[in-house]
Every structure is written in structure tokens, then in C-alpha cells.
Design a protein around this ligand. Structure first.
Ligand code: SAH
Length: 216
């Protein structure tokens, strides 16, 4: 039997960083307990993978702090049958969490090398319900729309219009909105074509770079 040396670290992470801060969705906690976060960071950072902070993943990008991953995921209210659009594949960690909780995940990353690495790892872990493509995620993935949930894991000045258009009726979109230095995590729900907005708190993400994001 293969011993998972990081199981305890993961249990501590879920208890002390995530459940203790008010994340309640049992499916989200279960997914965070299951996905081996240490495989999504560089070899040299493995022992820090379950710490309460983001870590570098190459190309000047970062894997988000575990609590922020849990908070954004819970806000999407996934029950298991959704098509989810993710902008900013990065390491693929958030993608794996989503793949545990939804029917299919469509994820877009602008750096080919990050997309390639994420693809390889998600394949090795056996995720079969994930499509990844390289490109400008602010344009969305129109051929696969509408999406019941959309998550943007990079910060932009506003919700990109194509993403709003590709959000299903009753759908949830979560994204950090602000300037390059500080943002607020915003959840919007689309109901009767109208937008209902909730502020989930101050955050700091890397830039969303694209047509409906920031300039490079
Ligand atoms: N969710 C990731 C963290 C991603 S960091 C994880 O769990 O590891 C944000 C990512 O968004 C970076 O990889 C960055 O390259 C990507 N990104 C920024 N602008 C983008 C855009 N317009 N389209 C697609 N990806 C973008």
C-alpha cells in the first residue's frame, strides 16, 4: 500500500485554515482533503505546499493560498452536474478541485508551458473531465457556453463581457476585481438577466492579462 505522507498535512490544512475560517460545504472540504497539493508545486517547495500562503509556480505566477481556493470554490455552489469555466489554469490545482466537484471543467491558460504541465499532472492523477486550452481566457470559451459556474483566478479591472454573456441563467461567477495591487473577491449571480453582487473580501492576485483584462 502506498503511504500518503502528506495526508496529515492536508488534514491540518483543512481543519486549521479552511474549516476554522468558516468554509462549510462538506464536498469542498472533502475535495481539499483529497487533492495532493504538494504535486502542484515545484519539488523544492513540496514541504511548504500545505502552508497558509500562495507559492510560485513559474512564469511569475502563483498557486493561490488554500483558503482562497476553498472560498472561491464554495462560492460556486457546485452540486456535481455543472459545466465550469476556469480562467487561469496555472498549476492545475484549482482545476483538480473543480474536477472533483463538477461534471466538466473547461480551463484556459495564457502560458503554454503552464498549461502543458497542468495537463500532464491532471492526466497522471486520472482526471478525465478536464479540457485545457491555451489562449486569452477573457474571451471565454463560446463553443462550450453556457456555464453554470465561472471562476477567474487572476485579477481584472471588471468582469469581462464575454464571461458575463457565457454565464448560464442562475449561474455564479467568482473573480478578484480591482487594480494591479489590491482587489476584492466578487461573486455575481445572474438571475433574470440581472446581476446580483456580493463582496467576499480583500485579496491579492496576479494580473488577468488579455483583451478584457489588463495590458501585458
Ligand atoms: N488557479 C491557479 C492559479 C493561477 S495564477 C492554480 O491553482 O495554480 C493565475 C493564472 O492566470 C496564471 O497562470 C496566469 O498565467 C493566468 N492568466 C492571466 N491572464 C490570463 C488570461 N487572460 N487567460 C488565461 N489565463 C490567464
Amino acid at each position: 500500500m502506498k503511504v500518503d505522507l502528506y495526508r496529515h498535512a492536508r488534514e491540518r490544512m483543512v481543519r486549521n485554515q479552511i474549516a476554522a475560517r468558516g468554509i462549510k460545504d462538506a464536498r469542498v472540504l472533502e475535495a481539499m482533503l483529497k487533492v495532493p497539493r504538494h504535486l502542484f508545486v515545484e519539488e523544492a517547495l513540496k514541504d511548504q505546499a500545505y502552508g497558509d500562503y500562495p507559492l510560485p509556480i513559474g512564469e511569475g505566477q502563483t498557486i493561490s493560498q488554500p483558503y482562497i481556493v476553498a472560498l472561491m470554490t464554495e462560492a460556486l455552489e457546485l452540486k456535481g452536474n455543472e459545466k465550469v469555466l476556469e480562467i487561469g489554469t496555472g498549476s492545475g490545482y484549482q482545476t483538480a478541485i473543480l474536477a472533483e466537484l463538477a461534471r466538466w471543467v473547461y480551463s484556459i491558460e495564457r502560458y503554454p508551458e503552464l498549461a502543458r504541465r497542468a495537463r500532464r499532472l491532471l492526466d497522471a492523477l486520472g482526471y478525465k473531465n478536464v479540457s485545457i486550452r491555451v489562449g486569452d481566457g477573457t474571451l471565454g470559451w463560446p463553443e462550450k457556453a453556457p456555464f453554470e459556474a465561472i471562476i477567474v483566478t487572476a485579477a481584472g479591472p471588471k468582469i469581462p463581457e464575454p464571461l458575463w454573456e457565457q454565464l448560464a441563467e442562475g449561474g455564479r461567477l467568482v473573480m478578484p476585481i480591482g487594480d494591479e495591487w489590491s482587489q476584492n473577491l466578487i461573486k455575481v449571480v445572474k438571475k433574470g438577466g440581472k446581476l446580483y453582487k456580493e463582496d467576499l473580501g480583500a485579496v491579492r492576485f496576479v494580473k488577468l492579462v488579455g483583451k478584457y483584462g489588463f495590458a501585458a
